[in-house]
Write a protein that binds this ligand. Structure first.
Ligand SMILES: Nc1ncnc2c1ncn2[C@@H]1O[C@H](COP(=O)(O)OP(=O)(O)OP(=O)(O)O)[C@@H](O)[C@H]1O
Ligand SMILES: [Mg+2]
Length: 249
């Protein structure tokens, strides 16, 4: 039996802007198993980031439920379950305080996640190795590092508390093609080595197809089609998915 690490049931979120309602996420349900990479595809504004922010409890849903390892992710369980789900964002430069060395940033992040000091030091050293970074990066300021190095560090930081789920929202979109490919390989290795499950969000269907075990296509706040990459790319069912696939040729 696969181990279910994330389950989302009937999640909805509406924003009201100048009196107009925007249904950003409409009744979405999906699940993610240990070691699985689920890609979320969809055009700009389809609700991908709203979905990821809901999963992280950075914003509250209007309705619906989120379960992490079978436990409901809600106010009363938030502190305990928070370390189990972590996120990497689009712009790595924004992820670190420019005034401090990245080593200080990582230690502070570990402290706020409740990772004990000695354990944090050891974990940082291990994760840097896994991420293919020299220990010497710790003494550097963010501006002295490349976008690719910073995104690796953002991933290291997200993994400090040994999460079961990693959400990568456009995590490679700001990087050059070759750097982006390296980061994707790193995420894939982390899945293999740590059994981490990844929710991989991108507007680039080729990138998603390369890394994902399954793809969910979002359109106007809904998941309209789900399937393995070969199915979605070669024989999609929905007209919208056909157009999305066609647009990348
Ligand atoms: N905080 C907010 N307040 C009001 N409207 C919002 C807010 N966040 C998102 N929206 C709206 O919700 C819809 C979905 O936005 P979202 O950012 O989730 O899309 P996305 O698929 O991530 O797009 P992109 O590919 O451009 O990142 C959009 O119409 C957006 O304008
Ligand atoms: Mg987005």
């Amino acid at each position: 039996m696969p181990e279910r690490v994330l389950e989302v049931k009937n999640l909805s979120k509406t924003f009201t802007v100048d009196g107009t309602k925007i249904e950003a996420v409409k009744n979405i349900s999906f699940s993610l198993d240990k070691g699985e990479i689920l890609g979320i595809a969809g055009e700009s504004g389809s609700g991908k980031s709203t979905l990821s922010r809901l999963c992280m409890r950075l914003i509250r849903p209007d309705s619906g439920e989120i379960f992490i390892e079978g436990e409901m992710f809600e106010k009363s369980s938030e502190k305990r379950l928070r370390p189990k789900i972590q996120m990497v964002f689009q712009n790595p430069a924004d992820s670190f305080n420019p005034s401090y060395s990245v080593g200080s940033g990582l230690k502070e992040a570990a402290r706020s996640l409740g990772v004990e000091k000695a354990a944090a030091q050891q974990r940082i050293a291990e994760l840097l190795k896994t991420a293919g970074l020299p220990q010497s990066v710790l003494s550097r300021r963010p501006k002295e590092l490349s976008g690719g190095q910073l995104q690796r560090l953002a991933i290291v930081r997200a993994l400090l508390c040994s999460p079961r789920v990693l959400i990568a929202d456009e995590a490679v979109s700001s990087l050059d093609v070759s750097v982006s490919a390296n980061i994707i390989n790193l995420l894939s290795d982390l899945r293999d080595e740590l059994g981490i499950a990844v929710l991989f969000i991108s507007h680039d269907l080729d990138v998603i197809a390369h890394i994902s075990d399954r793809i969910a296509v979002m359109y106007k706040g809904e998941i309209i089609e789900t399937g393995p990459p070969e199915k979605i790319l070669v024989s999609p069912e929905k007209e919208y998915t056909k157009r999305l696939c066609g647009a990348r040729l």
